[in-house]
Write a protein that binds this ligand. Structure first.
Ligand code: TYD
Length: 413
C-alpha cells in the first residue's frame, strides 16, 4: 500500500537548511511502480520530484522522500539485464580480489541485487555476504549461490554482520548510496562494520555528467542524492573515513567509483582525488551557474523531443519505446509522452513485460513484439546502453528503422 512522502528541510550531508531549487519535474509516480494491466483507471499516488542544491556543501538532492519500503521491497531492476553491467562488475570483482582482500577475508555488498558481482568471488576463498532488501532479487542471488541477507542495511543488520561474520575487509555499495535518506547514520554504520584496515568502495552516478549531459531523467524518487566528489568527502568524514582514490567510468551515463579507508589508514591518496575536486570547482559546482544552465537545457530538450515526435506522428510513422528503465518514466511523465505517441515499449526484463508504465500507462512488451511489429522509430529510453543496443539491433536499422536517442539532446542515429 503506497504511503505519503515526507519532506525534509535540511541537507542530508551537512544539515544546512540553505537549499535552493534546481529543477522541478512535477508530481510523478515512483519510476519503478509499473502497473498491472488490469489496474483501475484511478490516478496513482504521485509525489513531488524536485532537485535541490545545498548552498553550504553543494550536495544535490531531493527533499521529498518516498518511504523506502514502497520503493525497494520488491524490485524490478536486475543487474544482469545487460551485458555492459556484468562486464563492468567483473572488472571490479577482479580488482577487489587482487588488491583489497585475501582468502578468508569478508566482503560485504550493500544493495547486492541479484548477486552478479559477488558471484565472481566463488572459488577464491574470500567470504562474501550480500545485503539486499528486495525479496525477489535476493532470492535470485541465493539461487546463484550467493549468501544474502534479505534486509535493509540498518543498525540491526550491521550488528548482525559483525556478530556473525566479523568486520568486513571490503564493503561494496554500487548505485545504492544515492538511495539512502539518512546518509549520516548509513556512513557511521559502514565505518562500524569495516575492519580498521578495510576499504569501502562504492559507485554512484556522477553529478558533473548529469549536468553536462542533461541526464535529467536519472532524477527519480529512488535517487535522493546526486553526488559530486567534494560533498562525498564531507559525507565520508562523518564516519571518520577518507577518500584514497577515485575513478570515472562511462557506465550509466557517467559513474564515479570512490575508494575510502579509515582516516588513520588513508596514508596514500591518489592525485586523482584532488584533480577531480579541482575540476568540480572549475566547472562552478559551488555556484548556481551550471544548475541554471542545466534547467534551461532540460526545458529545451522537452520542446525539441516533443516537436520531433509530433512531426513523426504527423507523417503517420509508428513510434515505440526501446527499454523501460526507471529513468524512461521520468522522461515520459515530464514530457507527457503517452500511448498516443508510443505504441508500446519493448523491454528484455521478464518481470516488466505485460505491465504498464507508471503515469503514462504505456504497455511494456517482450522483445519478440519489437521483432514482429517493428516501429519506424524506436525512442531509446535505455540510452545508457546505446552502443550495446545499436549493435544488437542491426537488422531493425538495416530495414530502415531509426533510433531516436533523447539524451543529451534528441537526435536520430
Ligand atoms: P537501466 O538503464 O539499467 O536502469 P534504470 O531503471 O536504473 O534507469 O535499465 C535498462 C532497461 O533497458 C532495463 O529495463 C532492461 C532494458 N534493456 C532492454 O530492453 N534491452 C537491452 O538490450 C538492454 C541492454 C536493456
Amino acid at each position: 500500500m503506497a504511503q505519503p512522502h515526507t519532506r525534509r528541510t535540511d541537507c542530508r550531508i551537512c544539515g544546512s537548511t540553505r537549499l535552493s531549487s534546481v529543477i522541478d519535474l512535477g508530481l510523478q509516480p515512483p519510476a519503478n511502480a509499473f502497473l498491472d494491466a488490469s489496474s483501475p483507471p484511478v490516478p496513482e499516488q504521485r509525489h513531488p520530484l524536485e532537485l535541490f542544491i545545498c548552498l553550504s556543501c553543494n550536495h544535490a538532492q531531493l527533499l521529498d522522500v518516498v518511504p523506502k519500503e514502497d520503493l525497494f521491497s520488491h524490485y524490478l531492476y536486475f543487474s544482469t539485464t545487460s551485458r555492459t553491467i556484468p562486464a563492468h562488475f567483473a572488472g571490479l570483482a577482479k580488482e577487489v580480489q587482487e588488491r583489497h582482500c585475501a582468502p578468508g577475508d569478508l566482503v560485504v555488498e550493500i544493495g547486492s541485487n541479484d548477486g552478479v558481482l559477488l558471484s565472481s568471488f566463488q572459488g577464491t576463498g574470500v567470504r562474501v555476504l550480500g545485503v539486499e532488501p528486495a525479496t525477489n532479487v535476493a532470492t535470485a542471488a541465493r539461487a546463484r549461490g550467493v549468501e544474502t541477507m534479505n534486509a535493509f542495511f540498518d543498525e540491526t543488520a550491521a550488528r548482525e554482520i559483525v556478530d556473525r561474520y566479523g568486520h568486513a575487509k571490503v564493503i561494496l555499495a554500487n548505485n545504492v548510496v544515492g538511495h539512502i535518506d539518512d546518509l549520516q547514520t548509513f556512513i557511521r554504520l559502514v565505518a562500524g562494520t569495516l575492519s580498521p584496515l578495510g576499504t569501502f568502495i562504492f559507485e554512484v552516478p556522477y553529478l558533473v555528467d548529469l549536468l553536462e549531459k542533461t541526464e535529467f531523467d536519472t532524477i527519480y524518487h529512488e535517487h535522493v542524492s546526486y553526488f559530486a566528489l567534494r560533498p562525498v568527502e564531507k559525507m565520508l568524514s562523518i564516519g571518520g573515513l577518507r577518500i584514497t582514490d577515485v575513478r570515472h567510468f562511462d557506465v550509466h551515463g557517467g559513474t564515479i567509483r570512490v575508494y575510502a579507508k579509515p582516516a588513520a589508514e588513508a596514508k596514500h591518496v591518489s592525485p586523482a582525488v584532488a584533480e577531480m575536486i579541482q575540476n568540480e570547482v572549475r566547472v562552478g559546482l559551488n555556484t548556481m551557474a551550471p544548475y541554471e544552465a542545466f534547467g534551461r537545457r532540460v526545458q529545451e530538450l522537452r520542446r525539441e523531443l516533443l516537436a520531433m515526435l509530433a512531426f513523426a506522428r504527423a507523417k503517420n510513422l509508428r513510434v515505440a519505446g526501446y527499454g523501460a528503465p526507471a529513468k524512461g518514466n521520468t522522461l515520459l511523465n515530464f514530457c507527457g509522452i503517452g500511448p498516443d505517441i508510443l505504441e508500446y515499449i519493448q523491454d528484455s526484463t521478464p518481470v516488466k513485460q505485460g505491465l504498464l508504465t507508471p503515469g503514462m500507462r504505456i504497455p511494456v512488451v517482450e522483445p519478440a513484439t519489437f521483432r514482429e511489429k517493428p516501429p519506424d522509430i524506436a525512442l531509446l529510453l535505455a540510452w545508457n546502453f546505446e552502443r550495446e543496443i545499436l549493435a544488437k539491433e542491426q537488422k531493425f536499422r538495416e530495414a530502415g528503422g531509426k533510433f531516436l536517442v533523447p539524451i543529451p539532446f534528441p537526435r536520430y542515429v
